[in-house]
Design a protein. Sequence first.
Length: 117
Amino acid sequence: MKIITILVAEKTKTSMKKNETNHLTSFEAHLDELYGIRGTKTRETFEEEFETFKIGVLIQELRKENGLTQEQLAKKCGTTKTYISRIENNASDIRLSTLMRIVREGFGKHLKFTVEF
């Protein structure tokens, strides 16, 4: 909420100046500038790491929504609290079979994938 409020306040402040040009760029353009366009090695590495990060955040959010500690989730899935923590903090790669087991046994859900072309 604070970020949105700050951005709205900044936009209001700058829009009061009539002769200024708005230099906003899209997030995609920002990523292009920082990591190169999609398909380049640097950008693809970034995208892969970001997907791994999102998986960790997703597991953490599901765990909290279900009122589970890392230790409780680990016991339900047959793994360790340390491993759950490493996944949530993007410090460990996760095998697909392990991810499926965490989702199935830890949360009683099923995992779906989408492939984009």
